[in-house]
Design a protein around this ligand. Structure first.
Ligand code: TRP
Length: 340
């Protein structure tokens, strides 16, 4: 039933919780930028309500929300052609999230691997919001009747749950109201790994700052981090097969590919036989050339939170104009009396 009846619409969200790093840029932001254009309506959301499922210092949450908005705009999300806003400003998310809490089953939530990982042994003491997180995520997506959701592999299960919720809602109420959303999973090359351990994902929360490239790192620091990145002594092979058991080397090649819009195959054939003394400086130069203009623009935008709020506010108006009528139809379908 997920056919032409629904406008092709992309929705994705990013949490404002701490600094942004290269993994966010190559794995999410850059793909979001690339999906803009005539094929889809694009709706991009800074998901602050998701962030508070774990404790956030209020001042840091505000700063992070501005940082993420600035990063998206500086990277090329055009607030005129895309819808860009922060989640809490469009109450349809929370309202539809509640309806979905009543559609989703506890058994479904219990299967969510991300909850199990995050809650760990502490499951009795995490917030109820963390448990219900996937149901709010389904609301984010379905409040826009989004058909395509670009996410990392780690979010695939949540998008599948969104499909289950859409199907159950449609079935229970005998309607064909919600589309069955397609996850658009990132390619493996877009999964950026830790610079010190090629088997771990690059993340903002690792112990050492040297294991990641932050979007706000200056040129010298970027160069230093790539120079010190862990590798092995062998030079680059002439095909990807040769990087099979060399996760750190593979990661640097993939990062080069992501930043240059080349395939990893093309990078490896260009640098076949090169040693790290040649490849690392080339990678550092490329990263600085791509990231410096973005971080300069991010800083400029972050210095003017008033301007950012204005952009986000306009985006929230556009988002509301899509989501509110959908929510009102949901209320009618469910039998909630709209008395005003
Ligand atoms: N859960 C996503 C993450 O942690 C963020 C997110 C929230 C999201 N709502 C969404 C992603 C809706 C895609 C669609 O990365």
């Amino acid at each position: 039933m997920n056919t032409p009846a629904f406008t092709p619409r992309v929705f994705s969200g990013i949490k404002p919780s701490g600094g942004l790093q290269l993994g966010n840029y190559l794995g999410a932001i850059k793909r979001w930028v690339d999906m803009q254009g005539p094929d889809f309506e694009t709706v991009y959301c800074v998901v602050d309500l998701h962030a508070i499922t774990v404790w956030q210092d209020p001042a840091e949450l505000r700063a992070s929300t501005h940082e993420v908005a600035a990063a998206l705009i500086a990277s090329g999300i055009d607030p005129e052609s895309s819808v860009l806003f922060n989640q809490s400003q469009v109450s349809a998310h929370a309202e539809l999230g509640w309806i979905f809490n009543c559609v989703a089953r506890v058994g479904w939530m219990n299967r969510m691997t991300q909850f199990k990982d995050k809650a760990g042994k502490n499951a009795e003491n995490v917030s109820l919001g963390l448990y219900a997180y996937p149901s709010l995520m389904a609301a984010d997506i379905l409040a826009y009747h989004a058909t395509h959701v670009p996410v990392g592999e780690d979010q695939k299960q949540h998008v599948e749950l969104t499909r289950d919720i859409a199907n159950k809602f449609n079935h229970d109420y005998g309607v064909e109201f919600f589309p069955v959303t397609e996850p658009v999973i990132e390619g493996p090359a877009m999964r950026v790994m830790n610079l010190r351990d090629g088997n771990k994902k690059m993340s903002k929360s690792g112990d050492s700052d040297m294991e990641r490239i932050n979007m706000l790192d200056g040129a010298d620091l970027i160069a230093k981090k790539f120079k010190k990145a862990r590798t092995d002594p062998a030079p680059l092979p002439d095909n990807l097969e040769g990087l099979k058991d060399r996760p750190e080397a593979r990661n640097l090649v993939d990062i080069y590919a992501g930043l240059s819009d080349m395939t990893s195959e093309a990078v490896i054939s260009e640098y076949a036989g090169a040693g790290w003394g040649q490849f690392k400086p080339a990678l550092a130069d490329l990263a600085v050339a791509k990231l410096a203009p973005i971080s300069d623009e991010m800083r400029r935008l972050m210095d003017d939170p008033g301007e950012l709020d204005q952009i986000l506010g306009k985006g929230a108006d556009k988002a509301e104009a899509i989501a509110r009528p959908i929510l009102e139809q949901v209320y009618d379908i469910v039998g909630l009396v709209r008395s005003r």
